[in-house]
Design a protein around this ligand. Structure first.
Ligand code: AOF
Ligand code: ZN
Length: 357
């Protein structure tokens, strides 16, 4: 199962909105076939592993991180292929939360006389697919709020200087993260102030750019911003609440930027509807690299799943220096948001602090 998990992880960031799945065919304790799901629409992990095993699958064991599917989707039901291959025993990491499967896959296998064991390294399998789990249960993407902050929680000095708070190792880590997620969401403030590209830059190693999403509810973002460059090649989405001037929209359109017009909420940013639409577009792993304002809205709307702060051992200070979470905040400490499973990992001279909400 550990090997199957490692195989599954090879496609990290490439399977949305589908899960990462790994499978191994074992015969007499020897691996005779293995495979993993490479991207949505391509063969399921089980099928890849069974194909490799060929006739050796007869009487063998199949180890798979996720319950085999029993439905006709973009590909046929894996249960049929498992039965046809003559597999004797199936070892499953976790049940498939997909309502079309959800235990039915295992029942179908058992009914065909195959021995099924389930829940092996379940926690690890669930952790690997935290994004898929969130999406399949709620229709919303898994959202990580990422920021680089000083030890005193600032994201810039009182004059707005913010480059760079963290060191090169932490920034490299962020590029690896961008290479894995499906989309990055930023607000107008960040684009106006920092003019970021939000691309994946990993040096010689190749990466791919996530879809970049700019929320501009108060029409502040200039169409010349760097984030809109390369929009003809890599998808960029501009979200407005309808007050962007027409020539401005035309310029964005010509640059290849996709424009989404959404109904405004009271305080501007209709985050949840943006996220739902991203998920409908198959973008299920979303990073908010937002800035103070968006971070506050995101937390208020309750749409953040995970926090990832890179903390630099520096002190900035100043009442006018922006902190990582803006907005009105809370009155009582009992209302503070606690992080679950919080952890600290040193990254260069900085620390990566992670936790779940
Ligand atoms: C995968 N890869 O290795 C396994 C999956 O989009 P489809 O038709 O390929 O079906 C996707 C569903 O199939 C997915 O939601 C999950 O329930 C099940 N298993 N999916 O993409 C795999 N084993
Ligand atoms: Zn399948």
């Amino acid at each position: 199962m550990r090997h199957a998990l490692a195989l599954a992880g090879r496609a990290a960031g490439r399977t949305s909105p589908n899960p990462m799945v790994g499978a191994v065919v074992l015969r007499g304790g020897k691996v005779v076939g293995e495979g993993y799901h490479r991207r949505a629409g391509k063969a399921h992990a089980e099928i890849e592993a069974l194909r490799k095993a060929g006739v050796k699958a007869h009487g063998a064991d199949l180890i798979v991180t996720l319950e085999p599917c029993c439905h006709q989707g973009r590909t046929g039901p894996c249960t049929e292929a498992v039965i046809a291959a003559g597999i004797r025993r199936v070892v499953v990491g976790m049940q498939d939360p997909n309502p079309l499967v959800k235990g039915k896959g295992m029942r179908v296998l058992r009914r065909a006389g195959i021995e099924v064991k389930s829940g092996i390294l379940r926690k690890e399998c669930e952790r690997l697919n935290e994004v898929f789990l969130k999406y399949i249960r709620t229709g919303l993407p898994f959202v990580t709020m990422k920021a680089a902050i000083s030890l005193d929680g600032k994201i810039a000095t009182n004059s707005g200087d913010s480059q760079w708070i963290t060191g090169p190792e932490a920034r490299k880590r962020v590029h690896r993260l961008r290479n894995r997620v499906d989309a990055i969401v930023v607000g107008a403030g960040t684009v106006v102030k920092d003019d970021p590209q939000l691309t994946t830059r990993l040096g010689k190693r190749s990466g791919r750019n996530p879809v970049r999403v700019v929320l501009d509810t108060s029409n502040r973002v200039p169409p010349e911003a760097r984030v809109f460059q390369n929009a003809d090649r890599d998808r960029v989405i501009y979200v407005t609440t309808g007050n962007t001037p027409v020539p401005h929209l035309e310029q964005l359109g010509e640059a290849g930027v996709e424009v989404w017009t959404l109904r405004p909420l009271e305080d501007g940013v209709p985050l949840e509807s943006v996220l739902r639409r991203l998920a409908e577009n198959g973008l299920t792993d979303v990073l908010i690299e937002g800035g103070s304002h968006i971070n506050a809205s995101a937390l208020k709307e309750g749409i953040v799943d995970k926090v990832m702060f890179f903390v630099a051992p520096i002190l900035i200070g100043g009442n006018g220096a922006i902190s990582v979470i803006g907005g009105p905040g809370i009155k009582h400490l009992k209302d503070a948001l606690p992080l679950r499973q919080a952890s600290v990992t040193p990254v260069g001279k900085d620390w990566m602090v992670e936790g779940y909400l």
